[in-house]
Each structure stands twice: as structure tokens, then as C-alpha cells.
Design a protein around this ligand. Structure first.
Ligand SMILES: C=C(O[C@@H]1C=C(C(=O)O)C=C[C@H]1O)C(=O)O
Length: 320
């Protein structure tokens, strides 16, 4: 970046790095490739001390979160919604942090995640280590995934999933298949698997296909995003419930980010690698806002959903 002007993309045709918010009524920020410098460095395992210190949290209103989840469950039971993802923001005080140190800690801790540090003077400083690919596309061939269901990782124990999580994740897979049918061919849905993301496990189904002409990358993004992994079903009703009830601004959390239309050589096709912005935080004025959420279905238990969000805060807290 050569200056502090903000540039945006609306049609996803430019080349660069995109940072898009959850709400599609707000614009997606673009760092243009021709305005960027590329630096490549080898990460040496450094001697960080991964202490599990207890961080002081502020503004944690468990009661408010539980009420919103109960309300969501009521809406599901009464048939207005099938699933909705409820999230919250937790403030953690951070003194004397180093951007490079946090970034390196995240890289060293989350080897399977897309780890990033992102800054713009007009927007702020964000970090994340997300396990979820929104879309990876090379020419017209693309890959995406259905990711949902959460449990704690326990060494030497085989994960057993309850019907609540299996059904919740199936809703996401079915949504993705149906949405893609309009813009893609050669759809392939792989077998469901369990993946590890930090201290947690999730259910994942990989989906691949080819973009059908004349559909564009923009259409592909719009049919997929936001999936029920981070919004809900039906999509519009869930989105409205979120805007009316979460009572805070998700901002870039549950948006997406990544490389857009990069061409690594003249012979190669354009590639994009976009990730859902999960397990992330924004740091501003000595505070980190850590963003966490989880899918609510008719079988949800509010207290357990709360605990799940507490576990998810650890992904970012351990780098602070
Ligand atoms: C919403 C988040 O994660 C999403 C919700 C999950 C769930 O409800 O089990 C699991 C993975 C993600 O799709 C988050 O990490 O904040």
C-alpha cells in the first residue's frame, strides 16, 4: 500500500487482496495488486513462551447472550428459522503488544489455518486464524467447504458426534449444493470428515465443481456467502434476526478475505483464495475485540452454546 486511501471492489474482477465485511450492504475493501509489495520470508520456530495466562475480559454479558440464544431457539421452534448463528464480541485488555509477535504466534500455533494480520489506518488492525475456506478458484475450477459442529479436541479420543451437530452441518452442505446448482457443473461432494482447528474439532465436507459460463466470480461469491455456517437458514430471515438481535456490529467478523484474481505466471489461470473471517480479533486502543459465535438449531442448549463461544475465544487469546 502506497497511501492511506481506501479502495473497494464491487464486482470482484480486480486483482489484489480483498477484505469484506459480513453485511453485503457495506463495501469490500481491496488492496490492489499493482499498489502492493510482496515480501516472502521463512518462518523460523522461535522461542516464544506460550503461557496460558488468564486475560481480563470486559463487557462479557453472558445473560444477554443467553437471552438472544433463547429467542433464536423460540424462533426456530415456531418455524420462522431453521438455524441461526449467534455471535458476540469480547473485549480483552492488551498492553504493549507486537504485531509481528502476535502474527508469528498465530502462524506457529495454527498450522492448518489461514493466518493473517491486516491493517489499514482508516479501518484498524485485525488478526485471525480461520479454519474455513469460502472459495478457492483456479480458472473455472473451484473448491469450497461446509464446516460446522464443534467439540473440544481430546488427545487419544476418537470424536463422537451427536445428531445435533451432524444435522446442523448437513444443513450447510445441502445449502451449498443447492446454491451451487445454479452457477456450477461437475459438482462433487466428498465424505464428511472431522478436522482439528486449534483446541477444537469441526465437521467438514469438501465440495468442488466448475463455474458454468457465463456465471462470474461475483455470482459464485454471492450464492455462497453468507453460508448457514455463519448466518443461518433461511438466509434472509437469519440475517434479519442477526441484525435485529445481536446488538453489536460484526464488522469484518464472518466476512471473508484473501487473494483475488492473482495470476502467478502468464500461462496460468487467475486464482483466488478466499477465507471466512472466523477466530479473529480487532485491536484498538489497548483492547482486543475477540469475535466468537456458534450455530443455533432446535436442539441447542443455551448454556452449552455459551461454553462453545468461550472455547472459541481461546484461539485468539492464546496469541495475546
Ligand atoms: C461462527 C463461528 O464458527 C462457525 C460455527 C461453528 C459451529 O456452530 O459449530 C463451527 C465452525 C464455523 O462454521 C466462529 O468461530 O465464530
Amino acid at each position: 500500500m502506497r497511501d492511506a486511501d481506501l479502495t473497494f471492489t464491487t464486482n470482484f474482477q480486480e486483482k489484489g487482496f480483498v477484505f469484506a465485511p459480513f453485511s453485503d450492504s457495506e463495501k469490500a475493501i481491496l488492496f490492489r495488486e499493482d499498489q502492493a509489495d510482496f515480501v516472502s520470508e521463512e518462518l523460523l520456530t522461535s522461542a516464544y513462551n506460550f503461557k496460558n495466562i488468564e486475560l481480563e475480559s470486559f463487557n462479557v454479558s453472558k445473560e444477554k447472550y443467553l437471552k438472544t440464544v433463547e429467542k433464536a431457539i423460540d424462533q426456530i421452534i415456531s418455524g420462522h428459522l431453521k438455524k441461526v448463528v449467534i455471535s458476540r464480541e469480547e473485549l480483552v485488555s492488551v498492553d504493549n503488544f507486537s504485531v509481528i509477535e502476535i502474527y508469528e504466534k498465530l502462524l506457529l500455533t495454527y498450522k492448518n489455518a489461514f493466518v493473517y494480520a491486516w491493517f489499514h489506518p482508516k479501518v484498524g488492525l485485525w488478526f485471525g486464524a480461520t479454519p474455513e475456506t469460502l472459495l478457492s478458484i483456479n480458472g473455472t475450477d473451484f473448491r469450497t467447504m461446509s464446516l460446522a459442529g464443534t467439540q473440544v479436541y481430546k488427545e487419544h479420543e476418537k470424536a463422537v458426534w451427536k445428531s445435533k451437530e451432524l444435522e446442523e452441518q448437513q444443513l450447510v452442505t445441502t445449502f451449498i449444493e443447492q446454491q451451487l446448482a445454479t452457477v456450477a457443473t461437475n459438482l462433487e461432494v466428498e465424505k464428511r470428515e472431522t478436522i482439528k482447528a486449534g483446541n477444537l474439532l469441526h465437521l467438514r465436507t469438501k465440495v468442488s465443481g466448475s463455474l458454468k459460463a457465463p456465471a462470474s466470480l461475483k455470482e459464485l461469491i454471492r450464492v455462497l456467502h453468507p453460508t448457514p455456517a455463519i448466518c443461518g437458514l433461511p438466509r434472509e430471515a437469519a440475517r434479519n434476526f442477526i441484525f435485529e438481535n445481536e446488538k453489536y456490529d460484526r464488522s469484518f467478523y464472518t466476512g471473508f478475505l484473501g487473494e483475488l484474481n492473482l495470476q502467478h505466471s502468464k500461462e496460468q489461470s487467475k486464482t483466488s483464495a478466499l477465507f471466512v473471517n472466523l477466530r479473529c480479533m480487532k485491536i484498538k486502543n489497548k483492547f482486543a475485540s475477540v469475535y466468537v459465535g456458534g450455530g443455533i438449531t432446535r436442539d441447542s442448549d443455551a448454556e452449552k452454546e455459551w461454553e462453545e463461544t468461550v472455547l472459541k475465544t481461546k484461539t485468539m487469546k492464546c496469541a495475546l
